[in-house]
Design a binder for this molecule. Structure first.
Ligand SMILES: Cc1cc2nc3c(=O)[nH]c(=O)nc-3n(C[C@H](O)[C@H](O)[C@H](O)COP(=O)(O)OP(=O)(O)OC[C@H]3O[C@@H](n4cnc5c(N)ncnc54)[C@H](O)[C@@H]3O)c2cc1C
Length: 203
């Protein structure tokens, strides 16, 4: 199955080949038919069911569907039952939007990074938006700063003093003291060193 998808060894994998790889993987391993996409689990109950051999989990779900040939969504309720349940709902998929005093009177768009994918084209093309302030020092902030600055907007990057500054962002290969490192090898070593350094200091 692995044809490289046009990505050379050592290169970053862009979104399109990654998406194609995941689709092919699901198809080849017969996973597609076992997936219910666009579906939110609204409630989980534990029930006792003798016929099913003991306890089962009952999932009440809301599923978004599309009529054939239309882009207009509609919702249906789904109920699923299973004896084994694995929760893999993540920790970073809910936007954490701080309340900023005066935000309702501010008049300019305030966008959380989770909405940047949808809003980016509009914001970048709006010539009345000349300056952008980015709050935060993590990966999403880095992406936003890079996106707006490379589109010619003036960017103010605001990072709180109590934060740990910006994340390290390195290309797949990085040069250090004249040597070239493959990021996957270098980062774990650096992380190990930084943990050791921190634990050897008394904070
Ligand atoms: C901006 C950003 C950039 C990142 N960049 C990188 C990177 O370059 N490299 C890297 O290795 N990691 C990166 N990470 C981290 C990486 O994305 C996460 O560590 C990884 O996605 C965690 O995977 P997960 O499956 O645990 O959770 P998630 O990817 O968060 O998946 C959880 C899924 O559960 C679904 N879900 C939640 N609640 C429900 C519900 N009630 N019903 C149904 N479904 C539900 C969500 O919709 C989501 O699809 C990045 C994270 C962010 C936010």
């Amino acid at each position: 199955m692995h044809s490289g998808y046009g990505v050379k060894p050592g290169e970053h994998v862009p979104g399109e080949p990654m998406h194609q790889y995941l689709e092919d993987y699901a198809k080849i391993h017969g996973l597609s038919d076992r997936m219910t996409l666009n579906t939110q689990v609204a409630a989980i109950e534990r029930l006792h069911n003798e016929d099913a051999g003991g306890a089962i989990w009952r999932l009440s779900c809301r599923s978004r569907r599309y009529r054939k040939g239309t882009a207009t969504p509609y919702s249906i309720n789904l109920v699923m039952a299973t004896r084994k349940l694995i929760l893999a709902t993540g920790v970073t998929n809910k936007p954490n939007q701080p309340k900023i005093s005066g935000e309702t009177e501010f008049g300019a768009p305030i966008v959380h990074s989770a909405g940047l994918g949808r809003e980016a084209t509009r914001l970048l093309q709006d010539s009345t938006i000349k300056r952008v302030a980015v709050l935060g020092g993590g990966k999403s902030a880095y992406d936003a700063v890079y996106m707006f600055a490379s589109a010619g907007k003036e960017v103010k990057w605001i990072i709180r003093r109590s934060g740990r500054g910006t994340n390290w962002v390195l290309p797949a290969h990085t040069k250090l003291l004249g040597f070239e490192f493959w990021r996957a090898v270098f980062l774990p070593i650096a992380a190990q060193r930084s943990t050791t350094d921190r634990s050897s200091r008394n904070y």
